[in-house]
Design a protein around this ligand. Structure first.
Ligand code: FAD
Length: 506
Protein backbone atom coordinates (compact mmCIF):
# COMPACT_ATOMS: atom_id res chain seq x y z
CA UNK A 1 0.00 0.00 0.00
CA UNK A 2 1.21 3.52 -0.74
CA UNK A 3 0.80 6.53 1.54
CA UNK A 4 -2.59 7.33 0.00
CA UNK A 5 -3.91 3.93 1.02
CA UNK A 6 -4.03 2.54 -2.54
CA UNK A 7 -1.75 -0.07 -3.96
CA UNK A 8 0.15 0.95 -7.09
CA UNK A 9 -1.62 1.03 -10.46
CA UNK A 10 -1.46 -1.94 -12.73
CA UNK A 11 1.38 -1.46 -15.21
CA UNK A 12 1.88 -4.90 -16.81
CA UNK A 13 -0.91 -5.49 -19.30
CA UNK A 14 -1.28 -8.54 -21.54
CA UNK A 15 -3.76 -8.49 -24.39
CA UNK A 16 -4.73 -11.88 -25.79
CA UNK A 17 -5.88 -11.54 -29.40
CA UNK A 18 -4.96 -9.25 -32.28
CA UNK A 19 -8.24 -8.72 -34.10
CA UNK A 20 -9.91 -5.33 -34.24
CA UNK A 21 -10.59 -5.44 -30.49
CA UNK A 22 -7.03 -6.34 -29.50
CA UNK A 23 -5.36 -3.68 -31.63
CA UNK A 24 -7.91 -1.00 -30.71
CA UNK A 25 -7.16 -1.73 -27.05
CA UNK A 26 -3.41 -1.77 -27.62
CA UNK A 27 -3.40 1.52 -29.56
CA UNK A 28 -5.71 3.36 -27.17
CA UNK A 29 -4.29 2.16 -23.86
CA UNK A 30 -0.68 2.76 -24.91
CA UNK A 31 -1.71 6.29 -25.88
CA UNK A 32 -3.76 7.14 -22.78
CA UNK A 33 -1.36 5.62 -20.23
CA UNK A 34 1.88 6.68 -21.91
CA UNK A 35 4.21 8.02 -19.29
CA UNK A 36 2.92 5.68 -16.55
CA UNK A 37 6.17 4.46 -14.93
CA UNK A 38 6.82 0.80 -15.70
CA UNK A 39 4.01 0.48 -18.28
CA UNK A 40 4.44 -2.69 -20.36
CA UNK A 41 1.81 -3.74 -22.89
CA UNK A 42 2.15 -7.02 -24.72
CA UNK A 43 -0.23 -8.43 -27.31
CA UNK A 44 -0.34 -12.12 -28.15
CA UNK A 45 -1.90 -13.27 -31.39
CA UNK A 46 -1.82 -16.24 -33.69
CA UNK A 47 -1.62 -15.71 -37.42
CA UNK A 48 -2.61 -19.34 -37.92
CA UNK A 49 -5.90 -18.79 -36.08
CA UNK A 50 -6.51 -15.44 -37.79
CA UNK A 51 -9.30 -12.94 -37.14
CA UNK A 52 -13.04 -13.08 -37.74
CA UNK A 53 -12.40 -11.03 -40.91
CA UNK A 54 -15.57 -8.94 -40.89
CA UNK A 55 -16.66 -5.74 -39.13
CA UNK A 56 -16.40 -2.91 -41.59
CA UNK A 57 -19.20 -0.46 -40.81
CA UNK A 58 -19.04 1.94 -37.87
CA UNK A 59 -21.06 4.64 -36.13
CA UNK A 60 -20.06 8.29 -35.54
CA UNK A 61 -18.43 7.68 -32.15
CA UNK A 62 -15.41 6.29 -34.02
CA UNK A 63 -14.52 9.83 -35.06
CA UNK A 64 -13.81 10.58 -31.37
CA UNK A 65 -11.73 7.41 -31.07
CA UNK A 66 -9.59 8.50 -34.01
CA UNK A 67 -9.15 11.92 -32.43
CA UNK A 68 -8.03 10.31 -29.17
CA UNK A 69 -5.37 8.43 -31.13
CA UNK A 70 -4.33 11.62 -32.94
CA UNK A 71 -5.14 10.06 -36.32
CA UNK A 72 -5.04 12.20 -39.46
CA UNK A 73 -8.39 11.51 -41.12
CA UNK A 74 -7.27 11.81 -44.76
CA UNK A 75 -4.43 9.36 -44.12
CA UNK A 76 -6.72 7.00 -42.19
CA UNK A 77 -9.28 6.93 -45.01
CA UNK A 78 -6.56 6.33 -47.60
CA UNK A 79 -4.83 3.57 -45.62
CA UNK A 80 -7.98 1.62 -44.77
CA UNK A 81 -9.59 2.18 -48.22
CA UNK A 82 -12.47 3.72 -46.33
CA UNK A 83 -15.58 5.51 -47.46
CA UNK A 84 -17.84 7.80 -45.48
CA UNK A 85 -21.07 6.58 -43.94
CA UNK A 86 -24.04 8.87 -43.28
CA UNK A 87 -26.45 6.21 -42.02
CA UNK A 88 -28.01 2.87 -42.84
CA UNK A 89 -30.66 2.28 -45.47
CA UNK A 90 -33.18 -0.40 -44.55
CA UNK A 91 -34.83 -2.09 -47.52
CA UNK A 92 -37.83 -4.45 -47.32
CA UNK A 93 -37.90 -4.39 -43.51
CA UNK A 94 -41.29 -2.75 -43.07
CA UNK A 95 -42.79 -4.54 -46.07
CA UNK A 96 -41.47 -5.71 -49.43
CA UNK A 97 -40.65 -2.76 -51.69
CA UNK A 98 -40.32 -0.26 -48.82
CA UNK A 99 -37.13 1.59 -47.85
CA UNK A 100 -36.08 4.18 -45.28
CA UNK A 101 -32.86 5.58 -43.86
CA UNK A 102 -31.67 5.59 -40.27
CA UNK A 103 -29.43 8.64 -40.64
CA UNK A 104 -26.75 9.95 -38.31
CA UNK A 105 -27.34 13.51 -37.03
CA UNK A 106 -30.77 14.96 -36.36
CA UNK A 107 -33.96 15.67 -38.28
CA UNK A 108 -34.86 19.24 -39.23
CA UNK A 109 -34.36 21.73 -36.48
CA UNK A 110 -36.18 22.08 -33.15
CA UNK A 111 -38.96 24.66 -33.29
CA UNK A 112 -40.35 26.61 -30.32
CA UNK A 113 -38.01 24.51 -28.16
CA UNK A 114 -39.85 21.31 -29.16
CA UNK A 115 -38.35 18.38 -31.07
CA UNK A 116 -38.85 18.73 -34.80
CA UNK A 117 -40.66 15.45 -35.33
CA UNK A 118 -43.77 16.61 -33.43
CA UNK A 119 -44.31 19.25 -36.14
CA UNK A 120 -43.69 16.66 -38.82
CA UNK A 121 -46.30 14.36 -37.23
CA UNK A 122 -48.88 17.12 -37.16
CA UNK A 123 -47.96 18.00 -40.74
CA UNK A 124 -48.73 14.42 -41.81
CA UNK A 125 -52.17 14.70 -40.22
CA UNK A 126 -52.69 17.91 -42.22
CA UNK A 127 -51.90 16.15 -45.49
CA UNK A 128 -48.14 16.70 -45.82
CA UNK A 129 -46.58 13.74 -47.61
CA UNK A 130 -42.80 14.20 -47.24
CA UNK A 131 -41.19 11.39 -45.24
CA UNK A 132 -38.75 11.91 -42.37
CA UNK A 133 -35.81 11.20 -44.72
CA UNK A 134 -36.46 14.50 -46.52
CA UNK A 135 -35.71 16.35 -43.28
CA UNK A 136 -32.33 14.70 -42.70
CA UNK A 137 -29.28 16.11 -44.47
CA UNK A 138 -27.56 12.76 -43.94
CA UNK A 139 -30.31 10.78 -45.66
CA UNK A 140 -30.68 13.23 -48.58
CA UNK A 141 -26.90 13.48 -49.13
CA UNK A 142 -26.43 9.71 -48.93
CA UNK A 143 -29.09 9.05 -51.55
CA UNK A 144 -27.50 11.70 -53.79
CA UNK A 145 -24.07 10.07 -53.37
CA UNK A 146 -22.62 13.25 -51.84
CA UNK A 147 -20.38 13.96 -48.89
CA UNK A 148 -18.90 16.99 -47.17
CA UNK A 149 -17.70 17.18 -43.54
CA UNK A 150 -19.95 18.66 -40.86
CA UNK A 151 -19.58 22.41 -40.33
CA UNK A 152 -20.23 22.99 -36.62
CA UNK A 153 -19.04 26.59 -37.01
CA UNK A 154 -22.04 27.39 -39.27
CA UNK A 155 -25.01 26.91 -36.91
CA UNK A 156 -27.51 28.12 -39.52
CA UNK A 157 -26.46 25.53 -42.06
CA UNK A 158 -27.91 22.00 -41.97
CA UNK A 159 -24.28 20.89 -42.36
CA UNK A 160 -23.87 21.82 -38.69
CA UNK A 161 -26.12 18.86 -37.87
CA UNK A 162 -24.49 16.28 -40.13
CA UNK A 163 -22.76 13.35 -38.44
CA UNK A 164 -20.65 10.68 -40.12
CA UNK A 165 -18.78 7.46 -39.60
CA UNK A 166 -16.59 5.23 -41.80
CA UNK A 167 -16.83 2.01 -43.74
CA UNK A 168 -13.39 0.42 -43.98
CA UNK A 169 -11.44 -2.72 -44.76
CA UNK A 170 -11.25 -4.65 -41.47
CA UNK A 171 -7.86 -6.19 -42.30
CA UNK A 172 -6.35 -2.82 -43.18
CA UNK A 173 -7.88 -1.24 -40.06
CA UNK A 174 -6.19 -3.84 -37.83
CA UNK A 175 -2.85 -3.36 -39.60
CA UNK A 176 -3.14 0.42 -39.29
CA UNK A 177 -3.82 0.22 -35.55
CA UNK A 178 -0.99 -2.25 -35.12
CA UNK A 179 1.48 0.23 -36.63
CA UNK A 180 0.25 2.93 -34.24
CA UNK A 181 0.39 0.64 -31.21
CA UNK A 182 3.86 -0.72 -31.98
CA UNK A 183 5.14 2.83 -32.51
CA UNK A 184 3.84 3.56 -29.01
CA UNK A 185 5.79 0.69 -27.50
CA UNK A 186 3.34 -2.23 -27.58
CA UNK A 187 5.19 -5.54 -27.99
CA UNK A 188 3.57 -8.17 -30.21
CA UNK A 189 4.11 -11.85 -29.51
CA UNK A 190 3.26 -14.29 -32.28
CA UNK A 191 1.94 -17.73 -31.39
CA UNK A 192 -0.91 -19.79 -30.08
CA UNK A 193 -1.96 -19.69 -26.43
CA UNK A 194 -2.41 -23.28 -25.26
CA UNK A 195 -3.00 -22.85 -21.54
CA UNK A 196 -4.15 -20.22 -19.09
CA UNK A 197 -2.50 -20.30 -15.65
CA UNK A 198 -4.41 -19.10 -12.60
CA UNK A 199 -3.56 -18.41 -8.96
CA UNK A 200 -4.65 -21.55 -7.04
CA UNK A 201 -6.65 -19.59 -4.44
CA UNK A 202 -7.91 -16.42 -6.08
CA UNK A 203 -8.33 -17.72 -9.61
CA UNK A 204 -6.60 -14.57 -10.92
CA UNK A 205 -4.87 -15.22 -14.22
CA UNK A 206 -1.11 -15.21 -13.71
CA UNK A 207 0.15 -16.10 -17.21
CA UNK A 208 -0.77 -17.51 -20.58
CA UNK A 209 1.38 -20.30 -21.92
CA UNK A 210 2.37 -20.33 -25.57
CA UNK A 211 2.66 -23.41 -27.79
CA UNK A 212 6.48 -23.20 -27.63
CA UNK A 213 6.33 -23.28 -23.82
CA UNK A 214 6.99 -19.56 -23.24
CA UNK A 215 4.98 -17.95 -20.46
CA UNK A 216 3.55 -14.46 -20.88
CA UNK A 217 2.62 -13.07 -17.48
CA UNK A 218 0.80 -9.88 -16.53
CA UNK A 219 -1.16 -8.06 -13.85
CA UNK A 220 -4.18 -7.23 -16.03
CA UNK A 221 -5.27 -9.48 -18.90
CA UNK A 222 -7.47 -8.18 -21.67
CA UNK A 223 -9.29 -11.00 -23.41
CA UNK A 224 -9.68 -10.13 -27.10
CA UNK A 225 -9.56 -13.75 -28.26
CA UNK A 226 -12.80 -13.58 -30.26
CA UNK A 227 -15.83 -15.86 -29.92
CA UNK A 228 -13.76 -18.47 -28.07
CA UNK A 229 -13.36 -16.18 -25.05
CA UNK A 230 -10.24 -18.00 -23.97
CA UNK A 231 -9.74 -16.28 -20.62
CA UNK A 232 -13.09 -14.92 -19.46
CA UNK A 233 -15.28 -17.73 -20.81
CA UNK A 234 -13.05 -20.82 -20.88
CA UNK A 235 -10.62 -20.22 -17.98
CA UNK A 236 -12.76 -18.18 -15.57
CA UNK A 237 -16.03 -19.83 -16.59
CA UNK A 238 -18.09 -16.63 -16.70
CA UNK A 239 -21.47 -17.72 -18.14
CA UNK A 240 -22.99 -16.38 -21.35
CA UNK A 241 -26.38 -14.64 -21.29
CA UNK A 242 -28.18 -15.92 -24.35
CA UNK A 243 -30.60 -13.54 -26.12
CA UNK A 244 -31.44 -15.73 -29.11
CA UNK A 245 -35.11 -15.77 -28.10
CA UNK A 246 -35.27 -12.09 -29.13
CA UNK A 247 -32.55 -12.17 -31.77
CA UNK A 248 -32.96 -15.49 -33.59
CA UNK A 249 -30.28 -14.89 -36.25
CA UNK A 250 -27.29 -17.08 -35.40
CA UNK A 251 -25.24 -17.40 -38.59
CA UNK A 252 -23.65 -15.27 -41.25
CA UNK A 253 -21.96 -15.89 -44.54
CA UNK A 254 -19.78 -13.05 -45.81
CA UNK A 255 -18.30 -12.44 -49.24
CA UNK A 256 -16.73 -9.31 -50.74
CA UNK A 257 -17.42 -8.44 -54.37
CA UNK A 258 -16.05 -5.98 -56.91
CA UNK A 259 -17.37 -2.42 -56.96
CA UNK A 260 -19.85 -1.34 -59.54
CA UNK A 261 -18.59 2.28 -59.68
CA UNK A 262 -19.18 5.42 -57.61
CA UNK A 263 -21.30 4.58 -54.61
CA UNK A 264 -23.46 6.17 -51.97
CA UNK A 265 -21.96 6.95 -48.53
CA UNK A 266 -24.29 4.54 -46.76
CA UNK A 267 -24.49 0.96 -45.48
CA UNK A 268 -27.48 -0.97 -46.78
CA UNK A 269 -29.42 -3.67 -44.97
CA UNK A 270 -31.91 -5.60 -47.06
CA UNK A 271 -34.34 -7.91 -45.29
CA UNK A 272 -34.40 -11.50 -46.60
CA UNK A 273 -36.89 -14.32 -45.88
CA UNK A 274 -34.94 -15.55 -42.81
CA UNK A 275 -32.67 -12.63 -41.96
CA UNK A 276 -31.00 -9.79 -43.82
CA UNK A 277 -28.09 -8.91 -46.07
CA UNK A 278 -25.51 -6.17 -45.54
CA UNK A 279 -23.86 -4.16 -48.29
CA UNK A 280 -20.91 -2.00 -47.27
CA UNK A 281 -19.32 -0.07 -50.17
CA UNK A 282 -15.57 0.60 -49.71
CA UNK A 283 -13.23 2.38 -52.10
CA UNK A 284 -11.93 -0.81 -53.71
CA UNK A 285 -14.71 -3.35 -53.17
CA UNK A 286 -18.10 -3.98 -51.61
CA UNK A 287 -18.42 -5.96 -48.37
CA UNK A 288 -21.47 -8.25 -48.32
CA UNK A 289 -22.91 -10.71 -45.89
CA UNK A 290 -26.10 -12.60 -45.20
CA UNK A 291 -27.14 -12.85 -41.54
CA UNK A 292 -29.78 -15.53 -41.00
CA UNK A 293 -31.52 -17.77 -38.52
CA UNK A 294 -30.47 -21.41 -38.93
CA UNK A 295 -33.81 -22.54 -37.51
CA UNK A 296 -35.48 -21.10 -40.63
CA UNK A 297 -32.88 -21.42 -43.40
CA UNK A 298 -30.09 -23.91 -44.19
CA UNK A 299 -26.51 -22.87 -44.96
CA UNK A 300 -26.57 -23.72 -48.68
CA UNK A 301 -29.75 -21.74 -49.28
CA UNK A 302 -28.25 -18.81 -47.34
CA UNK A 303 -25.16 -18.78 -49.56
CA UNK A 304 -27.25 -19.09 -52.73
CA UNK A 305 -29.33 -16.10 -51.70
CA UNK A 306 -26.21 -14.05 -51.04
CA UNK A 307 -24.63 -15.01 -54.38
CA UNK A 308 -27.83 -14.12 -56.20
CA UNK A 309 -27.77 -10.64 -54.68
CA UNK A 310 -24.22 -9.35 -55.22
CA UNK A 311 -23.63 -6.17 -57.20
CA UNK A 312 -20.26 -7.37 -58.54
CA UNK A 313 -17.94 -10.30 -59.06
CA UNK A 314 -17.18 -12.42 -55.93
CA UNK A 315 -13.65 -11.70 -54.69
CA UNK A 316 -13.16 -14.45 -52.10
CA UNK A 317 -14.47 -17.74 -50.82
CA UNK A 318 -17.44 -17.50 -48.48
CA UNK A 319 -16.56 -16.77 -44.83
CA UNK A 320 -19.04 -18.69 -42.66
CA UNK A 321 -19.58 -17.54 -39.09
CA UNK A 322 -21.72 -18.93 -36.26
CA UNK A 323 -22.74 -16.83 -33.28
CA UNK A 324 -25.22 -16.38 -30.46
CA UNK A 325 -26.61 -12.99 -29.55
CA UNK A 326 -25.85 -12.01 -25.97
CA UNK A 327 -22.93 -11.31 -23.66
CA UNK A 328 -20.90 -12.72 -20.77
CA UNK A 329 -22.60 -12.12 -17.41
CA UNK A 330 -19.57 -10.04 -16.34
CA UNK A 331 -17.16 -8.61 -18.88
CA UNK A 332 -14.69 -7.90 -16.05
CA UNK A 333 -13.98 -10.80 -13.69
CA UNK A 334 -10.99 -10.79 -11.31
CA UNK A 335 -8.06 -9.46 -13.40
CA UNK A 336 -9.58 -10.23 -16.80
CA UNK A 337 -11.52 -7.73 -18.93
CA UNK A 338 -13.05 -8.94 -22.18
CA UNK A 339 -13.41 -6.69 -25.21
CA UNK A 340 -14.97 -7.49 -28.57
CA UNK A 341 -16.37 -10.90 -29.42
CA UNK A 342 -14.80 -12.46 -26.29
CA UNK A 343 -17.23 -10.37 -24.23
CA UNK A 344 -20.39 -10.64 -26.28
CA UNK A 345 -21.99 -10.19 -29.66
CA UNK A 346 -24.99 -8.41 -31.06
CA UNK A 347 -25.63 -8.94 -34.74
CA UNK A 348 -24.22 -6.17 -36.95
CA UNK A 349 -27.60 -4.67 -37.88
CA UNK A 350 -26.69 -1.25 -36.46
CA UNK A 351 -22.88 -1.61 -36.73
CA UNK A 352 -22.38 -1.46 -32.97
CA UNK A 353 -19.63 -4.02 -32.27
CA UNK A 354 -16.61 -1.82 -32.91
CA UNK A 355 -18.29 0.87 -30.84
CA UNK A 356 -18.75 -1.61 -27.99
CA UNK A 357 -15.00 -2.24 -28.06
CA UNK A 358 -14.37 1.50 -27.96
CA UNK A 359 -16.85 1.98 -25.10
CA UNK A 360 -15.27 -0.92 -23.20
CA UNK A 361 -11.81 0.65 -23.53
CA UNK A 362 -13.14 4.04 -22.35
CA UNK A 363 -14.81 2.38 -19.36
CA UNK A 364 -11.67 0.42 -18.53
CA UNK A 365 -9.71 3.67 -18.58
CA UNK A 366 -12.31 5.31 -16.32
CA UNK A 367 -12.12 2.47 -13.79
CA UNK A 368 -8.49 1.56 -14.41
CA UNK A 369 -7.44 -0.71 -11.54
CA UNK A 370 -4.73 -0.63 -8.97
CA UNK A 371 -3.22 -3.94 -7.94
CA UNK A 372 -5.88 -4.55 -5.30
CA UNK A 373 -8.62 -4.73 -7.99
CA UNK A 374 -11.36 -3.06 -5.91
CA UNK A 375 -14.68 -4.89 -6.39
CA UNK A 376 -16.69 -1.63 -6.36
CA UNK A 377 -15.08 -0.43 -9.54
CA UNK A 378 -15.30 -3.79 -11.23
CA UNK A 379 -19.01 -4.02 -10.34
CA UNK A 380 -19.64 -0.56 -11.72
CA UNK A 381 -17.87 -1.45 -14.96
CA UNK A 382 -20.05 -4.53 -15.27
CA UNK A 383 -23.32 -2.75 -14.50
CA UNK A 384 -22.64 -0.05 -17.08
CA UNK A 385 -21.54 -2.57 -19.70
CA UNK A 386 -24.59 -4.80 -19.20
CA UNK A 387 -26.87 -1.75 -19.48
CA UNK A 388 -25.25 -0.76 -22.75
CA UNK A 389 -25.69 -4.22 -24.27
CA UNK A 390 -29.31 -4.31 -23.13
CA UNK A 391 -30.15 -0.93 -24.66
CA UNK A 392 -28.64 -1.95 -27.98
CA UNK A 393 -30.45 -5.29 -27.89
CA UNK A 394 -33.80 -3.55 -27.48
CA UNK A 395 -33.03 -1.25 -30.40
CA UNK A 396 -32.17 -4.23 -32.61
CA UNK A 397 -35.29 -6.13 -31.58
CA UNK A 398 -37.36 -3.12 -32.64
CA UNK A 399 -36.27 -3.68 -36.27
CA UNK A 400 -37.63 -7.24 -36.22
CA UNK A 401 -40.73 -6.61 -34.16
CA UNK A 402 -41.96 -3.55 -36.06
CA UNK A 403 -42.75 -5.15 -39.39
CA UNK A 404 -45.86 -5.99 -41.31
CA UNK A 405 -44.11 -8.81 -43.17
CA UNK A 406 -45.96 -12.12 -43.06
CA UNK A 407 -44.35 -13.78 -46.07
CA UNK A 408 -42.18 -16.28 -44.17
CA UNK A 409 -42.12 -18.28 -40.94
CA UNK A 410 -39.18 -16.19 -39.76
CA UNK A 411 -41.05 -12.90 -40.13
CA UNK A 412 -44.13 -14.35 -38.49
CA UNK A 413 -41.96 -15.33 -35.52
CA UNK A 414 -40.39 -11.86 -35.33
CA UNK A 415 -43.60 -9.90 -35.80
CA UNK A 416 -45.41 -11.76 -33.06
CA UNK A 417 -42.63 -12.03 -30.47
CA UNK A 418 -43.15 -10.50 -27.02
CA UNK A 419 -40.87 -7.47 -26.87
CA UNK A 420 -38.59 -6.97 -23.86
CA UNK A 421 -40.09 -4.61 -21.24
CA UNK A 422 -37.98 -1.54 -22.08
CA UNK A 423 -38.88 -1.79 -25.75
CA UNK A 424 -42.56 -2.32 -24.97
CA UNK A 425 -42.62 0.88 -22.95
CA UNK A 426 -40.99 2.86 -25.75
CA UNK A 427 -43.43 1.46 -28.31
CA UNK A 428 -46.45 2.25 -26.14
CA UNK A 429 -45.29 5.83 -25.55
CA UNK A 430 -44.71 6.50 -29.24
CA UNK A 431 -48.00 4.89 -30.23
CA UNK A 432 -49.95 6.96 -27.74
CA UNK A 433 -48.33 10.40 -27.99
CA UNK A 434 -45.51 10.46 -30.54
CA UNK A 435 -42.98 10.91 -27.75
CA UNK A 436 -39.66 9.10 -27.88
CA UNK A 437 -38.22 7.95 -24.55
CA UNK A 438 -34.50 8.09 -23.88
CA UNK A 439 -34.24 7.54 -20.16
CA UNK A 440 -30.52 7.71 -19.64
CA UNK A 441 -27.51 8.36 -21.75
CA UNK A 442 -28.10 5.34 -23.97
CA UNK A 443 -26.14 4.95 -27.18
CA UNK A 444 -29.02 5.45 -29.58
CA UNK A 445 -30.58 8.89 -29.47
CA UNK A 446 -34.17 10.01 -29.95
CA UNK A 447 -33.38 10.48 -33.66
CA UNK A 448 -32.37 6.84 -34.00
CA UNK A 449 -35.39 5.45 -32.16
CA UNK A 450 -37.67 7.74 -34.12
CA UNK A 451 -36.17 6.85 -37.48
CA UNK A 452 -36.73 3.13 -36.98
CA UNK A 453 -40.14 3.42 -35.30
CA UNK A 454 -41.48 5.80 -37.94
CA UNK A 455 -39.50 4.13 -40.75
CA UNK A 456 -41.03 0.77 -39.93
CA UNK A 457 -44.53 2.06 -39.99
CA UNK A 458 -45.42 2.48 -36.32
CA UNK A 459 -48.15 5.10 -36.25
CA UNK A 460 -47.85 7.80 -33.60
CA UNK A 461 -51.16 8.47 -31.90
CA UNK A 462 -50.46 12.17 -31.35
CA UNK A 463 -47.85 14.88 -31.02
CA UNK A 464 -46.64 17.40 -28.48
CA UNK A 465 -49.43 19.94 -27.78
CA UNK A 466 -47.00 22.78 -28.54
CA UNK A 467 -46.97 21.68 -32.19
CA UNK A 468 -50.49 23.21 -32.32
CA UNK A 469 -49.07 26.69 -31.67
CA UNK A 470 -48.32 27.19 -35.36
CA UNK A 471 -51.34 27.59 -37.61
CA UNK A 472 -51.63 25.20 -40.54
CA UNK A 473 -50.20 27.59 -43.13
CA UNK A 474 -47.21 28.53 -41.00
CA UNK A 475 -46.50 24.89 -40.11
CA UNK A 476 -46.49 23.82 -43.76
CA UNK A 477 -44.37 26.83 -44.74
CA UNK A 478 -41.77 25.96 -42.12
CA UNK A 479 -41.68 22.28 -43.05
CA UNK A 480 -41.23 23.21 -46.71
CA UNK A 481 -38.44 25.63 -45.78
CA UNK A 482 -36.52 22.92 -43.86
CA UNK A 483 -36.73 20.57 -46.86
CA UNK A 484 -35.61 23.30 -49.22
CA UNK A 485 -32.61 24.36 -47.12
CA UNK A 486 -31.46 20.74 -46.90
CA UNK A 487 -31.91 20.14 -50.62
CA UNK A 488 -29.93 23.30 -51.40
CA UNK A 489 -27.09 22.40 -49.04
CA UNK A 490 -26.86 18.90 -50.52
CA UNK A 491 -26.83 20.36 -54.03
CA UNK A 492 -23.64 22.23 -53.14
CA UNK A 493 -21.85 19.21 -51.67
CA UNK A 494 -19.32 17.35 -53.85
CA UNK A 495 -19.90 13.72 -54.69
CA UNK A 496 -18.13 11.33 -52.32
CA UNK A 497 -15.62 10.44 -55.09
CA UNK A 498 -14.77 14.12 -55.65
CA UNK A 499 -14.34 14.67 -51.93
CA UNK A 500 -12.08 11.62 -51.49
CA UNK A 501 -9.91 12.74 -54.40
CA UNK A 502 -9.69 16.35 -53.20
CA UNK A 503 -8.84 15.22 -49.68
CA UNK A 504 -6.07 12.98 -51.06
CA UNK A 505 -7.73 9.83 -49.73
CA UNK A 506 -8.63 8.03 -52.95
P1 FAD B 1 -11.34 -11.66 -33.75
O1 FAD B 1 -11.28 -10.83 -34.98
O2 FAD B 1 -11.89 -13.04 -33.87
O3 FAD B 1 -9.88 -11.73 -33.16
C1 FAD B 1 -9.51 -12.72 -32.23
C2 FAD B 1 -8.00 -12.70 -32.09
O4 FAD B 1 -7.64 -13.62 -31.08
C3 FAD B 1 -7.24 -13.10 -33.33
O5 FAD B 1 -6.09 -12.30 -33.47
C4 FAD B 1 -6.84 -14.54 -33.04
O6 FAD B 1 -5.67 -14.91 -33.72
C5 FAD B 1 -6.59 -14.44 -31.54
N1 FAD B 1 -6.67 -15.73 -30.85
C6 FAD B 1 -7.75 -16.52 -30.64
N2 FAD B 1 -7.40 -17.64 -30.00
C7 FAD B 1 -6.06 -17.55 -29.78
C8 FAD B 1 -5.09 -18.39 -29.17
N3 FAD B 1 -5.42 -19.58 -28.66
N4 FAD B 1 -3.82 -17.97 -29.16
C9 FAD B 1 -3.44 -16.79 -29.68
N5 FAD B 1 -4.32 -15.95 -30.27
C10 FAD B 1 -5.60 -16.33 -30.33
N6 FAD B 1 -18.69 -4.80 -36.12
C11 FAD B 1 -18.94 -3.55 -36.50
O7 FAD B 1 -18.67 -2.61 -35.75
N7 FAD B 1 -19.50 -3.29 -37.71
C12 FAD B 1 -19.86 -4.28 -38.55
O8 FAD B 1 -20.33 -4.00 -39.65
C13 FAD B 1 -19.68 -5.61 -38.13
N8 FAD B 1 -20.07 -6.66 -38.90
C14 FAD B 1 -19.92 -7.93 -38.40
C15 FAD B 1 -20.45 -9.02 -39.11
C16 FAD B 1 -20.38 -10.31 -38.58
C17 FAD B 1 -21.00 -11.46 -39.32
C18 FAD B 1 -19.72 -10.53 -37.36
C19 FAD B 1 -19.58 -11.91 -36.79
C20 FAD B 1 -19.17 -9.47 -36.68
C21 FAD B 1 -19.30 -8.18 -37.17
N9 FAD B 1 -18.83 -7.10 -36.46
C22 FAD B 1 -19.06 -5.82 -36.88
C23 FAD B 1 -18.07 -7.33 -35.24
C24 FAD B 1 -16.61 -7.16 -35.48
O9 FAD B 1 -16.18 -8.00 -36.53
C25 FAD B 1 -15.86 -7.51 -34.23
O10 FAD B 1 -16.44 -6.85 -33.15
C26 FAD B 1 -14.46 -7.06 -34.31
O11 FAD B 1 -13.86 -7.52 -35.47
C27 FAD B 1 -13.68 -7.51 -33.12
O12 FAD B 1 -13.38 -8.86 -33.22
P2 FAD B 1 -12.39 -9.43 -32.14
O13 FAD B 1 -11.12 -8.69 -32.26
O14 FAD B 1 -13.09 -9.46 -30.85
O15 FAD B 1 -12.21 -10.97 -32.58
Amino acid sequence: MSEQGHSRPVTRITIVGGGTAGWMAAAAISKVLRGLPGLTIRLVESEAIGTVGVGEATIPQIVGFNQLLGIDEAEFVRETHATYKLGIEFVDWTRLGHRYVHPFGTYGIDMLGIEFHHFWLRGLALGETAGLDDYSIGAVAARAGRYFPPQPGQPNSPLARLAYAFQFDAGRYGAYLRRLAEAQGVVRIEGRVVQVHQHPETGFVTAVQMENGDMVDGELFIDCSGFRSLLLGEALGVPFIDWSKWLPCDRAVAMPCSSAGPDQPITRSTARPAGWQWRIPLQHRIGNGHVYASAFLDDDAALDLLLANLDGRPLADPNRIRFTGGHRARLWDRNVVALGLAGGFLEPLESTAIHLVQAGIARLMAYFPSLDFTPKEIDRFNVETAREYLDIRDFLVLHYKATTRDDSEFWNYCRTLEPPDGLREKLEMFRSSGRVIREHNELFTETSWLSVMAGQGIVAGGWHPAAEILDEGELKRRLGHVRQVIAQAVGQMPTQEQFLREQGSA
